[in-house]
Design a binder for this molecule. Sequence first.
Ligand code: ZN
Length: 194
Amino acid sequence: MSILKIARMGHPVLRAKARPLHPSEIRTPKIQQLIDDMFATMKEYQGVGLAAPQVHESLRLFVAGFPPVRDERDERDMRDEDDEDDGEDVPLMALINPEIEPSTRELVEDWEGCLSIPDIRGRVPRASHITVRAYDRLGKKIEIQASGFTARVIQHETDHLDGVLFFDRMKSFQSLTFLDEFGRYWSGQRVRAE
Ligand SMILES: [Zn+2]
């Protein structure tokens, strides 16, 4: 497995609309290798999600999951103080050609980060409950109901497939915060990037 290079904000691949995968492509060694490498890359950089355009592949595919490593007690403890919706782990998933349908009009605002926008955090409104239809890495059609932090991560990653970054979704830039200051003044909130 390889650790892939992550595209940073300003790289055009992050603003392009990624192309869907044909179901017959999903099980090819090339795509399976890409998925494995994306999981490895997400783990290496301690992310909770990673979309293919972030590793310079303009394909409608992302991986997500938290915690990728289980030894971060401090962060777990902090997360437990969050509201109940957000206390959950994000299950490991690789989703291909995801389509999101909000199950509610309710938007919740919470902190997000992005591996393509290093060391910055900001508060982003997202649908609190969603239904996602996608293919899994075996090429099987799946449907997932998600809420809380999992729903947030899925929306963030799916945005990447349309060339949308979390800045674009913010109501204002007032909450934009560097990671150091985030830790100093807003600790108790999660700090992982997507
Ligand atoms: Zn991101």
